[in-house]
Ligand binder design. Structure first.
Ligand SMILES: Cc1cc2nc3c(=O)[nH]c(=O)nc-3n(C[C@H](O)[C@H](O)[C@H](O)COP(=O)(O)O)c2cc1C
Length: 226
């Protein structure tokens, strides 16, 4: 069953943005997701329900139903208290949060049973001068973990297995997540496991690729006679 992405109407007064546009809906559906958009979600951005419908989205009028059935909710603004209450168990929310300005929101998410928060910053203008370097966003995750106690997932130029291991081992974050390094090298987890002496569960079609120097890398691998 494919995952359902839900796009609610923004409730903050004067907010005109919507988290997803029809072009993106089409792409998400091509990637195997289903998309539900709350009726009128695009009105303030001049995007009609019919445009979402034409892109393949289902239009949902019942707001509570949208939140209750979506596996992943896409929002622009962080959730208000009413929306926090609508968050579904096991669901995922992708939105701005601004944790330093919204400590109460983080506490509310923690109280609601939020399992983990993924802390990334968003540069939206070339005029922002964000100092970018290895692990540049890890301190944000560290601060959220220290101040709110929510399990955190750190990101931001984590590219080296030892670096990733140290972030978790030192307690800076509870987990790490990689985007660019994974786009560059989709086998990053295998290579990291090999370097760190860990094991991975590889599909059997790949067992023959196990390098001779990493004889224990693939769990459950069995080789027949050559
Ligand atoms: C396709 C793509 C687009 C991105 N666009 C932005 C962006 O507009 N502004 C920004 O600050 N970071 C951007 N990032 C960087 C993300 O903030 C970063 O990928 C995320 O925090 C994970 O870190 P990592 O890619 O270094 O592993 C982008 C990353 C990717 C993969």
């Amino acid at each position: 069953m494919s995952l359902l992405i839900g796009v609610p109407r923004e409730v903050f007064p004067g907010e005109k943005r919507v988290a997803t546009v029809p072009d993106v809906v089409e792409k998400l559906i091509k990637h195997g997701f289903r998309v539900a958009v709350e009726a009128g979600a695009g009105d303030a951005a001049q995007i009609a329900d019919d445009a979402y419908r034409a892109a393949g989205a289902e239009i949902v009028s019942d707001r509570a139903q949208l939140w209750a059935t979506s596996d992943i909710v896409f929002k622009v603004r962080g959730p208000d208290s009413g929306e926090v209450a609508l968050l579904r168990e096991g669901g995922m929310l992708v939105s701005f949060i601004w944790p330093a300005q919204n400590p109460d929101l983080l506490q509310a998410l923690a109280a609601r049973g939020c399992a983990a928060i993924h802390v990334s910053s968003g540069g939206v203008s070339p005029q922002q001068k964000i100092p970018v370097g290895p692990g540049y966003q890890v301190p944000f995750a560290q601060r959220v973990k220290a101040e709110v106690g929510l399990p955190t997932i750190a990101v931001g130029l984590i590219t080296d297995p030892a670096q990733a291991e140290a972030i978790v081992a030192n307690g800076e974050a509870d987990a790490v997540s990689l985007a660019r390094a994974m786009l560059y090298d989709p086998r990053w987890p295998w290579h990291a496991a090999a370097k760190l002496g860990a094991r991975v569960d590889a599909p059997h079609q790949y067992w023959r690729s196990q390098p001779r120097e990493f004889k224990d890398l693939f769990e459950n691998a069995q080789f027949g006679a050559r």
